[in-house]
Design a protein around this ligand. Structure first.
Ligand code: MLT
Ligand code: MN
Ligand code: ZN
Length: 280
């Protein structure tokens, strides 16, 4: 099982183009940039799946040798895209994949119904949409199996709340040997069901949007808490991780308020970084 972190920042990236906060100013000064959350995963080193398609996907694919096209002129190792939300920072990159002869998309029926790009993509490419089931595993190429679980109900600002109730998913992706990777960068709370999903995974990319509960208020003057924004802070996840000591845990989707977004900042958790490769 191999996972490449294509991007490790929350929506807007790091620095965000119009933000002069301390974190973004430091990132601008030091050149320590992060692109927006997307991951690539493979079970056989040949067939790759994208988990989410960030607005930075073109640059992310170009920066990743394993995702280079070939051997035919328009062949790509990217077999499909798994969407875990309909948020623009996880889906707008689909528009940049439109040159593909075919796009194979997996998402819950709620997310598929809420995606504004579907008619546009249908006009540009052979778009194939498949339901990402939340009650049974789905078999992918290269020996991978994915199990999705609904972890949140946050409706994107552009979406109709009536589209359904399966808005935010976590994924457990397993290879032929039973090795498993869990992706959950939008995790509003830690439930027993999530504990089960994580159980025995070799690696996980978890919600690193915020480090602490008071961070949005203290660093950005926001009145909503991380949980109200759909993101459990890292410090609250750490206690629950005691039960998963065998799992290599990285935190991604880092917001510009999170001090760990600045590489090298000491902290209680491992921040993922763009281009990071993990294999086990
Ligand atoms: C989120 O991660 O909570 C969303 O991307 C936020 C947003 O885009 O409004
Ligand atoms: Mn986001
Ligand atoms: Zn900022």
């Amino acid at each position: 099982m191999k996972v490449r972190v294509l991007g490790s920042a929350a929506g807007g990236g790091f620095p965000q183009w119009n933000c002069a906060c301390d974190g973004c100013a430091t990132a601008r000064r030091t050149g320590a940039h992060r692109t927006q959350d997307s991951v690539a995963v493979t079970g056989d080193g040949t067939a790759w799946y994208l988990i989410n398609a960030s607005p930075d996907i073109r640059a992310q694919v170009l920066a990743t040798g394993e995702l280079a096209p070939g051997p035919g002129p328009r062949d790509t190792p990217i077999r499909g895209v798994l969407l875990t939300t309909a948020e623009l920072d996880h889906t707008a990159g689909l528009l940049s994949l439109r040159e593909s002869g075919r796009i194979t998309l997996y998402a819950t029926t709620t997310v598929l119904a809420a995606l504004p790009f579907v008619p546009i993509l249908r006009a540009c490419t052979d778009l194939r949409t498949f339901e990402l089931p939340t009650n049974r595993p789905l078999v992918l190429d290269g020996g991978l199996t994915v199990r999705a679980a609904v972890v949140g109900g946050k409706v994107p600002r552009h979406a109709d709340p009536g589209a359904g109730d399966e808005w935010v998913c976590a994924l457990r992706i397993t290879d032929r040997t039973g090795r498993a990777f869990v992706y959950a960068t939008c995790l509003p709370e830690w439930t027993d069901a999530f504990d089960d999903l994580l159980d025995g995974a070799g690696a996980a990319l978890l919600d690193g949007t915020f480090l602490t509960d008071d961070e949005p208020a203290r660093r950005a003057g926001l009145c909503r808490t991380p949980r109200q924004m759909g993101h459990l802070p890292i410090t609250d996840a750490i206690a629950a991780l005691e039960r998963h000591r065998g799992t290599r845990v990285l935190f991604g989707h880092l917001n510009n308020t999170n001090p760990l977004a600045i590489a090298g900042t000491p902290g209680p958790a491992e921040a993922a970084y763009d281009g990071q490769s993990i294999q086990w």
